[in-house]
Design a protein around this ligand. Sequence first.
Ligand code: CP
Length: 317
Amino acid sequence: MRHLLSTRDLARDEAIALLDVAEDMAAVQEREVKKLPTLRGRTVVNLFFEDSTRTRISFEAAAKRLSADVINFSAKGSSVSKGESLKDTAQTLQAMGADGVVIRHHASGAPQRLATSGWIDAGVVNAGDGTHEHPTQALLDAFTMRRRLHGAASRGRDLDGVRVVIVGDILHSRVARSNVWLLATLGAEVTLVAPPTLVPVDVTGWPASVDYDLDHALAAAPDVVMMLRVQAERMHGAFFPNSREYARTWGLDDLRFGRLPTTTMVMHPGPMNRGFEIAARVADSPQSTVREQVANGVSVRMAALYLLLSGERGEAR
Ligand code: CP
């Protein structure tokens, strides 16, 4: 693997191989081995042009647990605020000997540009670009589903026939896009539920069905319900129901949660708006995988960095 830019690019075998390596990484951590020497001498740069808690910290933890040197770069407080371009920033990193660059950027396509521009020689991981994709989030979500559903027998398995309902601001969600492509590749059946104004116009080309009625979608007793954050910062005047109406119509409140089977997993990528798209009691219930998702994120990101960076520099990774 040379770069990890999109789940749309991942073949079924590649995705399963990455999830299996993540199982190995999780097993090592469960044995309380603090560090593996795998990426000793490699340098990973976390290049974050947008805010992040989970993704940035877990990439840092993942790189350090593989013994890589880590440089954290935040656009705030850097020369980006003086107008420095992505190209000049990238070439500065190249001069510092970056082997891997983990990039989060507000512009959809920025990681692809970095990977294909020739500005740098490093492997590039997309940590979320605009409204486009967030591949490691989808991989950690699939990993979490696989572990909950198949336990110790997860290795080598896909998600064939698993019914997943994704609810909320689909229009602005890179998490939804990456999940739709990956889940379809792994054999899951995906239903998207959202207010009509928060459904992308190109959704007809996605491998998912659309339902505008949350209660109808939940009545089918899905295996997984994934709630999404409403991304107020990306609305740019898009019509949006008021908060109370949104919570009443599209929120996973106590009443709706009580009607779900006790086996249904409730997921959220974070950050959560408690009491808005998800009730606090639901987020903290045993059916919620929110904290598991965060923990699994480290194993999945260790797997991604290992697959990208453990070969000789310059050879096909
Ligand atoms: N899920 C996710 O991407 O969270 P952060 O924005 O905190 O990284």
